[in-house]
Write a protein that binds this ligand. Structure first.
Ligand code: G3H
Ligand code: ZN
Length: 286
């Protein structure tokens, strides 16, 4: 059934586990994540990023409506989240499109401007019944930018600044920079667990890890044990889908029916989703 992000994240945070939030681009992504969550027997979040909306000719409704229907038909709770929104116009379409939550991303702006823009977005979101996540201390690698060297210090979120930001902006969750980076195709990121511990001690909202595809299993498990409550995963699905389709087409040069290779890609994404969901809830997939 269709669930609410705030409910799923709060339940996870209360039990020191995390809910996986997967970025979907096509209907196959949505179907794969739902199937993967059903196999794992756990709730999941489907998220659509502003970049994915741009890919869909700038329209949010076609994929969002499909994701809502996939969630309604699911055997496990599935919530819908609008990810990395910078456009006020897109933000204002969220509730009507079936999202229960948004991530408003003004993290590229200087602190005072990030705070002012996020405060306005939070006021609007709450007036419209939406749970809202924001970001402070920019996680690198967005929008085609080169991923940070996993071993470089990179951006970090300052705990005291983060507390002041969350209080002043009034957001429900915070994405923090602790060493991950978006769009990594190798799982080589090292997380700053000491910083995570200080952030968890200092803040009283759930924390969100972005760029989780580049984080190894053990590091993800440690981050969840350390208090990360929502884990955003995108690239890992695309890696699984693309590798599976590439292998299938190489072995089946005569293949024409798109269902033949999309189903192979969808199955690979579902398996990836099942494994990550099981890892993040702290129990094994099997
Ligand atoms: O908000 C989306 C995530 O941060 C996904 O990052 O594609 O590096 O896993 P990723
Ligand atoms: Zn992200």
């Amino acid at each position: 059934p269709l669930a609410e992000t705030g409910t799923l994240v709060a339940a996870a945070a209360a039990e020191r586990r995390a809910v996986a939030a997967f970025n979907i681009i096509t209907l196959e992504h949505a179907e794969a994540v739902v199937a993967g969550a059903e196999t794992a027997g756990s709730p999941v979040i489907l998220q659509i990023s502003e970049n994915a909306v741009k890919y869909r000719y700038g329209r949010v409704l076609p994929l969002a409506r499909a994701a809502v229907e996939a969630a309604r038909a699911a055997a496990v709770p599935v919530a819908l989240h609008l990810d990395h929104v910078t456009s006020g116009d897109l933000l204002r379409q969220a509730a009507d499109a079936g999202f229960s939550s948004v991530m408003y991303d003004a993290s590229h702006l200087p602190y005072a401007e990030n705070l002012a823009a996020t405060r306005a977005a939070a006021d609007w979101a709450h007036a419209n019944g939406l749970w809202i996540e924001a970001e402070l201390g920019e996680v690198g690698g967005k929008d085609g930018a080169a991923p940070l060297d996993a071993h470089a210090p990179g951006a970090r979120t300052d705990p005291d600044e983060a507390r002041a930001f969350v209080e002043a902006a009034g957001v429900d969750a915070l994405a923090v920079a602790i060493g991950s980076s978006h769009a990594m195709t190798t799982r080589t990121a090292a997380l700053d667990h000491e910083l995570l511990a200080r952030l968890v001690d200092t803040l009283d909202v759930p924390l969100v890890l972005h760029g989780s595809s580049g984080v190894p299993d053990e590091e993800l498990s440690a981050a969840v044990a350390g208090g990360m409550a929502k884990i955003n995963i995108g690239t890992a699905l695309n890696l699984a889908m693309t590798a599976a389709i590439r292998e299938f087409l190489a072995a089946n040069a005569e293949a024409v029916d798109s269902r033949k290779y999309l189903s192979v890609g969808r199955r690979a994404m579902a398996e990836t989703a099942t494994e990550l969901i099981a890892l993040l809830r702290g129990r094994s997939a099997r």
